[in-house]
Design a protein around this ligand. Structure first.
Ligand SMILES: [Zn+2]
Length: 172
């Protein structure tokens, strides 16, 4: 699997509607320099409309990625459901790119969608992942939660052995 598998060769496309399907798997996520997402399976359905000076892309993403819960570190599958839009202008003029607007020059014949697809997956996840957001909604692992709270207590200075010693001294 390579970036070319997620590249649309629009140069050879006739004007009108075209459809493409992609599957984003572990190999896809390894193509991008990042460590946020390593595992998953996301189906992408792309409706692409080609006209002389524009390419309009509508993406429908559906699947899941594997991530750790931010609270208890449980590894779970989180759903990815997203609809995204990308407008590509074919122009030799400079335009200001936006998240849903890019340009290619008139000599271009392909668009690499790899980074766009990755962004769409990453953006569909909530900022903080919790077990309850997973596909098989679960509660956070109680044992781990208990361990985390105990660890927190141990860093609390009032329970520190040295501090206890001092308290004993003051008592006397
Ligand atoms: Zn959890």
């Amino acid at each position: 699997m390579a970036r070319k598998d997620f590249t649309v060769q629009f140069g050879s496309l006739k004007e009108g509607l075209h459809e493409f399907r992609y599957q984003l798997t572990d190999e896809f996520f390894a193509l991008i320099e990042q460590d946020l997402i390593q595992k998953g399976k996301v189906n992408v359905h792309l409706h692409l409309e080609r006209s002389e000076r524009h390419i309009v892309c509508d993406f429908i993403l559906s699947g899941w990625v594997t991530k750790n819960c931010d609270v208890c570190l449980n590894e779970l599958q989180y759903p990815v459901e997203s609809v995204q839009h990308l407008h590509v202008k074919i122009t030799d003029k400079e335009i200001e790119a936006e998240s849903d607007l890019i340009s290619v020059d008139s000599n271009a014949y392909e668009i690499d969608l790899t980074n766009h697809l990755y962004d769409y997956v990453a953006l569909s996840l909530p900022m903080k992942l919790e077990c309850k957001d997973a596909i098989n909604r679960e509660e956070c692992d109680e044992n781990v939660l208990e361990m985390l709270t105990t660890e927190k207590d141990e860093t609390d200075n009032s329970n520190h052995p040295e501090w206890q010693k001092l308290k004993e001294i003051f008592k006397n």
